[in-house]
Design a protein. Structure first.
Length: 504
């Protein structure tokens, strides 16, 4: 008998299962709440970082980062997916250690996380049948959804010593940023093995240290970060994360770096945001270490044949995250000029979505634009959700339009793929195609399932061609993906689906 599949959960993420699964995560001051019903054979888990919004330094954090809202969401979703009424729902709480470093003056966060879990579960009437909380050690956790079993390993020095840390090299001309990144990254999973202030020093350290991951500043004296990346990556294919100020002036350079093979980018950290940004930065570095860097190749357009599909308006909805800007470009550049309306959500900062849309508009034989509230959904037009805002499909009389709005983050993201996919399932039904591309986490998986249940064709990018096989895998696990396809064949698969519509 095969063992259940292991699903790795990150901060601010949730996973629910109707089939036997093992959900794994690593906890410090964060807490995971595990809910399960043995009668219904379902279970789910949430990993949150803070008790509630009063402990966040910004107002734009994902609801699932906060215990009060995350546990309620988990509770509601388990009831929604249950095959029958649940009368035996039980909970286990794990985590809440006092392991935060000296940069975070909040040693009680772990205790507060545990207390909010207990209080919220009590309000919901859920019985707590087990706890492994507090202390000063991190925990590696495995939750068995069908039985409710919880396996916990303390991350003591003996445990950490047997685990190979990710070796990170920081290349940045700012000493302040180097020191801040080093303090953030040095942890149980990551060791900063070197720091360099320019490309020349960086290349020497690459040769001497053979790091697993590099963080590279966009702007440096002498050779800039993008030029340096293009120089060393063909010889030393080390996963590289670009460090940017996230402004319009740097957006073009970031996209050039991604085209050259950088796996991701992040905003330069600041001391004021360290409480909320540290785990996200570590998560990006840990994810990058597992990525196999692929050689850059110039995309060539295929012969642009016209798509033959019925005159009734079809809609294609696409969602992506890490690695998505290049994946989306690859798909769009291989589509003919007479495309149906295409709606896209890419996890991206506000200023970058404008530059990304303009860049694609220059490359494609159809219109690509950043969406504005009320834009009509038209043949030959691609609308990309603005960074920092949600986008959904709406019906306005006899027209289809997009609503762009300042909603809360969903699955840690704004824009969220689930928000778009849910609206397409509701307002386009079986007249749609859903495509989920490379990305970290599980955003879009539930929405794609709703699209498939509504009759839409659904396509997921395969593991081999993904930069990060997270979102497509989550969708596949939920049985939301009808066809698994390599990136180079997704455009052709979309065309095939459109032409099949004509035969219905």
């Amino acid at each position: 008998m095969n063992s259940p599949e292991v699903i790795n959960l990150g901060i601010g993420e949730i996973f629910l299962a109707r089939n036997p699964k093992i959900i794994g995560t690593i906890l410090g001051s964060c807490v995971s709440v595990c809910l399960f019903s043995k009668k219904q054979k379902i279970g789910g888990m949430i990993h949150f970082a803070l008790p509630d919004r009063t402990h966040a330094t910004t107002s734009t954090r994902n609801d699932l980062n906060f215990g009060d809202s995350a546990i309620l969401f988990l509770y509601q979703e388990l009831h929604r997916i249950s095959p029958g009424p649940i009368d035996d729902l039980a909970a286990k709480i794990v985590g809440g250690a006092s392991v935060m470093n000296e940069l975070v003056h909040a040693s009680s966060i772990g205790d507060l996380n545990v207390h909010i879990a207990r209080d919220t579960l009590k309000e919901l009437g859920v019985t707590i049948v087990g706890e492994d909380v507090g202390g000063t050690s991190g925990r590696k956790v495995y939750f068995y959804t069908e039985s409710g079993r919880l396996r916990v390993s303390k991350m003591e020095a003996t445990f950490i010593g047997t685990k190979k840390k990710i070796r990170a090299l920081i290349i940045d001309d700012s000493k302040t940023i180097r020191e801040l990144l080093a303090k953030i990254l040095n942890c149980n999973d990551i060791e900063v093995v070197g720091e360099a202030g320019n490309a020349q020093e960086g290349e020497k350290l690459i040769l001497a240290l053979s790091p697993d991951v590099i963080t590279l500043d966009i702007h440096m004296p002498g050779l800039d970060g993008v030029s340096f990346l293009k120089q060393y990556l063909p010889r030393y294919p080390i996963p590289t994360i670009m460090i940017s100020s996230i402004n319009m002036a740097e957006s073009d350079l970031v996209f050039k770096a991604l085209e050259a093979g950088a796996v991701d980018y992040l905003q330069k950290p600041s001391l004021s945001e360290i409480t909320t940004q540290s785990e996200m930065i570590r998560e990006k570095v840990i994810t990058a270490a597992s990525i196999k860097v692929k050689g850059h190749h110039q995309l060539e357009k295929k012969n642009q044949r016209k798509i033959s599909y019925s005159s009734e308006q079809k809609i294609v909805a696409i969602g992506a995250s890490t690695g998505g800007t290049e994946a989306i470009k690859a798909v769009l550049m291989e589509l003919p000029y007479n495309i149906p309306p295409i709606l896209i959500v890419q996890h991206i900062p506000p200023v970058f979505s404008t530059a990304f849309s303009k860049r694609l508009n220059e490359l494609c034989p159809f219109e690509v634009r950043e969406a504005s509230d009320g834009d009509e959904v038209l043949q030959g037009r691609v609308l990309i959700a603005p960074g920092g805002r949600q986008m959904e499909l709406i019906i306005d009389g006899d027209k289809k339009k997009v609503r762009v709005f300042d909603g809360e983050k969903v699955n840690r993201h704004r824009p969220s793929v689930d928000v778009l996919f849910n609206s397409v399932a509701k307002n386009a039904g079986d007249q749609a195609i859903g495509v989920i591309l490379t990305g970290m986490g599980n955003d879009g998986a539930a929405g794609l399932l709703r699209m498939r249940n509504a009759g839409a064709d659904t396509i997921g990018q395969d593991e081999e061609s993904c930069v990060v096989y997270g979102m497509p895998k989550a969708a596949f696990d939920l049985k939301a993906v009808e066809r698994v396809v390599s990136l180079e064949n997704i455009a052709e698969e979309i065309i095939f689906s459109l032409e099949q519509f004509k035969k219905r």
